[in-house]
Design a protein around this ligand. Structure first.
Ligand code: PXG
Length: 285
């Protein structure tokens, strides 16, 4: 079945879904995006993702071509057109076709692209045994530069961090902020558990406001666990009982080592398992 890709209101076959080489999304990473999951034919937390897309766009002075409702509708139509039961949606908004110059006033209308596809998940062994991660030298974006709150098309900073992680033998990598505090991983938010209490860095540590992060904070509260946002250092992770990451692609995934140091007893912990199960139940509902 050929993929149906949405570009500005039209569904196109993959071979015909093309964007100009003068698009500022390509030339400068000038645009924003979202990654969403489809579970049982439905998009998980669609409104939250679309709200974040609007916030990202507003933060870069980009006016979206459709309303929130229209974008939700277009995403649902893209999922339906591709007959996906479980999968992934990438929503992309670029500044549009411009010239070889930075001036955004030279750009045409923003381009909205929606791609729905199957998703490549992390191998099951990582969920069973937990991830080993390292702290990389690349820091998360300084808030006075490109804010980490913006899910922009310019992910080079995180890609550099990911490369450093991969070269160190790790599929995810911990990024600190400019103050040396724990920020997040390259495509996942970080949580830890100490004495039964769940904590995660606050948004002003310079992180993306993860949709999965918010869902897990809600679940922790529902389960009667103490869950708070706190400034964290690497030391807090080294001495934590448990650590896990959250993200649209990863869902909830345990971390058992940071910088070759064992976290807790080096195995995925009970609170991580409890939250993982609660998350799976939530996405099934
Ligand atoms: N931090 C960063 C920097 C991210 O890019 C998250 C945290 C988790 O946020 P959500 O809202 O997904 O819980 C992300 C999200 C990919 C991919 O293709 C990456 C993300 C989402 C979907 C796909 O690698 N990152």
């Amino acid at each position: 079945m050929p993929k149906k890709i949405y570009i500005n209101g039209q569904f196109l076959a993959e071979a015909d879904a093309k964007i100009s080489v003068f698009d500022h999304g390509l030339l400068y990473g000038d645009g924003v995006f979202e990654g969403l999951r489809i579970y049982g034919g439905k998009v998980f937390r669609l409104e939250e993702h679309v709200d974040r897309l609007f916030e990202s766009a507003k933060a870069i002075w980009l006016e979206l071509p459709l309303s929130r409702e229209e974008i939700c509708e277009a995403i649902n139509q893209t999922v339906a057109a591709n007959e996906l039961h479980d999968g992934y949606v990438r929503a992309i908004v670029t500044r549009g076709v411009g010239t070889l110059g930075l001036d955004p006033r030279r750009c045409s209308d923003p381009q909205l692209i929606l791609i729905a596809d199957k998703i490549a998940l992390y191998p099951d062994e990582y969920y069973q045994n937990g991830l080993e991660i390292i702290t990389v030298s690349v820091i998360r974006n300084h808030p006075a530069a490109l804010s980490a709150r913006i899910k922009s098309l310019n992910y080079l900073n995180n890609i550099l961090a990911k490369i450093e992680g991969i070269q160190g033998g790790c599929i995810e990598a911990l990024m600190l902020n400019h103050k040396g505090e724990v920020a997040e991983c390259t495509g996942d938010n970080l949580f830890l558990v100490k004495e039964g209490k769940v904590t995660t860095p606050p948004l002003d540590a310079g992180i993306l406001a993860g949709v999965t992060r918010a869902a897990v904070l809600e679940l922790a509260e529902k389960l009667g666990l103490s869950a708070t946002e706190q400034v964290l250092t690497k030391h807090d992770i080294y001495v934590a009982d448990e650590c896990f990451l959250t993200g649209t692609a990863a869902e909830v995934i345990p971390v058992v080592q940071l910088d070759s140091r064992m976290i807790g007893d080096g195995k995925p912990g009970p609170v991580t398992r409890q939250l993982t199960e609660a998350f799976h139940q939530m996405v099934r509902e």
